[in-house]
Ligand binder design. Structure first.
Ligand code: KG4
Ligand code: ZN
Length: 350
C-alpha cells in the first residue's frame, strides 16, 4: 500500500495519541488548540499494588485499551476516521514498549487513511499544554517542566525549539514526591496525597535540607531531601509519622517547591525572560502554583499555568505540539521508531 499523503497548508482536525507511561490517552483537536475531546484511561490501579509502574503490564494495558480510547475520543468529538487530517503521537521519551503501542497504532492508521503523522517529544507536549489555554503565550519564553520522569528549565526559542538550562542530577520532582510518599506509607504515585495532607500541616515544622550544587547552579537534586525524610522517619518512629504526617508532608513539599522556585527565579534573572510557563504532572501542585505566582508577581514576570487536566499525561498536549510540527512539515516516516530517550534540545550552562 503506497503512503503518499497529500501535503496541505493546514491540518484542521488532528487525532493525538499518548501512551508513554501509564495513561492511554487520545484527543481530537481543531486547529491545534481547540480540544474537541480528550479521553484518558489511567492504569494507576493496575500498578499501585507494585508501588510503581511495571513496564510489561503498561504495554499490555495500552494494547487492550488503545482502540476503545481512540474510538471514544472520536465519538466525543462527533468525528469519524474520515474527518482526520493528521495524526500526532508521542514517540519518546518513555517506556519503549508502551510507546510502541501508540506509535504502531498511529503509523497503521496514518497509512490506511493516507494522512500524515508526526512523532512528538513528550516534553514538547507538556510545554505545549499551555498553548491550549493561553492564546497570548508565544515563544520566546522560559519554561519549568516538572513531571514524574523529568525536571528541567528550558528556554523555548520557537515552537518545538528548546535550550536546556538546567536539569535534575538524580530524581525528578515528581519522583521525589512519589518516593517521599512511599516513605510516608502513602499510595503510589503520591504527589497528590502529599499536596492534600500538606494543606493541613505546618511547612516550617521540619527544616529539610535544600541542595547546594557545584557546577550548573540551575540543576536540581532531590536525593538529599529524600534521604533526610528517610532519616527523620527512622529517628522519630512510626507513631510520630502517624501523628505528624501533615507537618512532615508540608515540610517535605516545601523543600521541593523552594528548590524549584529558587532555580526558576535564578534562570529568569540570568536569561532576562519576562514570561514563564510551568508544565508537567507536578504543575498541579497547589503550593508550587501559589509560590510561583508570588515569585512572578514580585519579579514582574507573566506566569502561565496549565489547567489541572493538562498537567498530567494527556493526548491533547501531544496534539498541540504536533500541530506546530505539521506546520513545519516535520512529518514522521513509516520507519519511525519509539525511543526511550530523546534529547529535547541543546544543553547550555549559563
Ligand atoms: O507528567 P506526569 O503525568 O507523568 C510523567 O510524564 O512523568 O507526572 C506524574 C507525576 C507523578 O510523580 C505525580 O506524583 C505528580 O506528577 N503529581 C503531583 C501532583 N499531581 C501529580 N505532584 C505533586 N502535587 C500534585 N498535586
Ligand atoms: Zn509526562
Amino acid at each position: 500500500m503506497p503512503y503518499n499523503f497529500k501535503e496541505k497548508d493546514d491540518y484542521e482536525i488532528i487525532l493525538a495519541i499518548e501512551t508513554s507511561c501509564d495513561e492511554t490517552s487520545a484527543s481530537v483537536l481543531k486547529n491545534g488548540k481547540d480540544v474537541l475531546s480528550l479521553v484518558i484511561s489511567s492504569q494507576i490501579k493496575e500498578h499501585q499494588k507494585y508501588g510503581g509502574v511495571v513496564p510489561e503490564v503498561a504495554s499490555r494495558k495500552h494494547m487492550e485499551n488503545i482502540s476503545s480510547v481512540v474510538m471514544a475520543a472520536l465519538s466525543d468529538a462527533h468525528k469519524t476516521f474520515d474527518d482526520i487530517d493528521a495524526i500526532a503521537v508521542t514517540k519518546g521519551p518513555g517506556l519503549v514498549g508502551a510507546l510502541l503501542v501508540g506509535v504502531s497504532y498511529a503509523k497503521g492508521l496514518a497509512l490506511s487513511l493516507n494522512v500524515p503523522f508526526v512523532g512528538v517529544h513528550h516534553i514538547d507536549g507538556h510545554i505545549s499544554s499551555n498553548y491550549i489555554t493561553h492564546s497570548a503565550l508565544k515563544p520566546p519564553y522560559l519554561s519549568l517542566v516538572v513531571s514524574g520522569g523529568h525536571s528541567l528549565i528550558a528556554e523555548c526559542l520557537d515552537y518545538g525549539e528548546y535550550i536546556i538550562l538546567g536539569t535534575t542530577r538524580d530524581d525528578a520532582a515528581g519522583e521525589a514526591f512519589d518516593k517521599g510518599a512511599r516513605l510516608m506509607g502513602l499510595p503510589y504515585p503520591g504527589g497528590r496525597e502529599i499536596d492534600e495532607l500538606a494543606k493541613l500541616g505546618d511547612a516550617q515544622k521540619i527544616d529539610f535540607p535544600r541542595a547546594r550544587l557545584k557546577g550548573n547552579q540551575l540543576d536540581f537534586s532531590f536525593s538529599g531531601v529524600k534521604t533526610a525524610l528517610m532519616q527523620h522517619i527512622a529517628k522519630e518512629g512510626k507513631e510520630n509519622l502517624k501523628l505528624n504526617i501533615n507537618d512532615i508532608a508540608a515540610s517535605y513539599q516545601e523543600a521541593i517547591v523552594d528548590a524549584l522556585v529558587k532555580n526558576t527565579k535564578e534562570a529568569l534573572h540570568k536569561t532576562g525572560h519576562r514570561v514563564l510557563s510551568i508544565a508537567g504532572g507536578v504543575a498541579a501542585n497547589s503550593r508550587l502554583r501559589e509560590a510561583m505566582q508570588k515569585m512572578c508577581a514580585q519579579e514582574g514576570v507573566t506566569l502561565y499555568l496549565p489547567e489541572i487536566i493538562y498537567c498530567g499525561d494527556n493526548a491533547a498536549m501531544i496534539g498541540t505540539a504536533g500541530y506546530y510540527m505539521l506546520k513545519n512539515k516535520k512529518f514522521g516516516s513509516l520507519g519511525m521508531n519509539a525511543l526511550s530517550y530523546i534529547q529535547l534540545g541543546e544543553n547550555k550552562c549559563l
